[in-house]
Design a protein around this ligand. Structure first.
Ligand SMILES: CC(=O)N[C@H](C=O)[C@@H](O)[C@H](O)[C@H](O)COP(=O)(O)O
Length: 229
């Protein structure tokens, strides 16, 4: 039986509300405002980065929160909730689901994906979403006990396809190969693409930049218009 929280995401839109320090919308509680707007739109969940934003959103929004903490370590390329330290902080901030790097790459400080998943399963009731970049990684993450998969990292590991569009093929193949829900995430630019992901087998769809990164949204218009100059 699937957890109620997973069932509540089925067929819906999860809005990723994230800004890095270099972006104009970083800080000042602005991600909370995007999350409130997403809730009002009928979205079924929020994806948020940093304990601070998760806490802030938790106070104002009732939707399930997929929490992560992007942090770089010098000994690994893994940066999405890379170690047990970030996992604990994300859970303490109120995330219902912890999103973490679920690739097969070496992790910082000698930890393994199994260590991090075990930490969550042993010490909390939070669910685990593995952000993966290939079918093989998705299958391995399911075997380790992850509750959900997301195609987040396709295009962001050296060995996955580098493309402008979402990785529809990964969504399709992975959905056939695993029993746990597969979320489509990464470079989804339109409602039509989101719908296509669901038709290809995605359990739900995560959209970030096309909704919550104004600079990225404006640039698409600027670039398109420039072609007519
Ligand atoms: C690769 C990576 O670090 N992705 C991050 C993961 O949380 C976010 O920067 C993305 O915005 C998110 O995955 C949603 O994707 P998009 O913004 O393309 O709709």
């Amino acid at each position: 039986m699937r957890q109620p929280i997973i069932l509540s995401l089925k067929g819906g839109l999860i809005v990723s509300c994230q800004a890095t320090e270099e972006e104009e919308f970083y800080g000042e509680g602005l991600m909370k405002r995007f999350a409130i707007a997403a809730e009002r739109s009928g979205a079924v969940g929020i994806r948020a980065n940093t304990p601070q934003d998760i806490r802030d959103i938790r106070e104002h929004v009732k939707l399930p929160i997929i929490g992560l903490w992007k942090r770089e370590y010098s000994d690994s390329e893994v940066y999405i909730t890379p170690t047990i330290t970030e996992v604990r902080a994300v859970i303490a901030a109120g995330a219902d689901i912890v999103a973490l790097d679920g690739t097969l790459r070496n992790r910082p400080q000698g930890e393994t994906l199994a260590d991090v998943v075990n930490e969550i399963k042993t010490n909390s009731s939070a669910l685990v979403m593995a952000d993966i970049s290939t079918v093989e990684e998705g299958i391995a993450a399911e075997q380790l006990g992850c509750d959900l998969l997301s195609t987040t990292l396709s295009g962001y590991t050296s060995y996955s396809p580098q493309q402008k569009d979402p990785d529809f093929q990964l969504v399709t193949e992975l959905s056939k190969r695993v029993k746990i829900p597969v979320l489509a995430e990464g470079r989804i630019q339109s409602p039509e693409q989101a719908l296509h992901c669901l038709q290809q087998g995605a359990y739900a769809v995560v959209v970030g930049g096309a909704i919550t990164r104004p600079h990225q949204i404006a640039k698409r218009y600027v670039d398109m218009i420039a072609t007519a100059r």
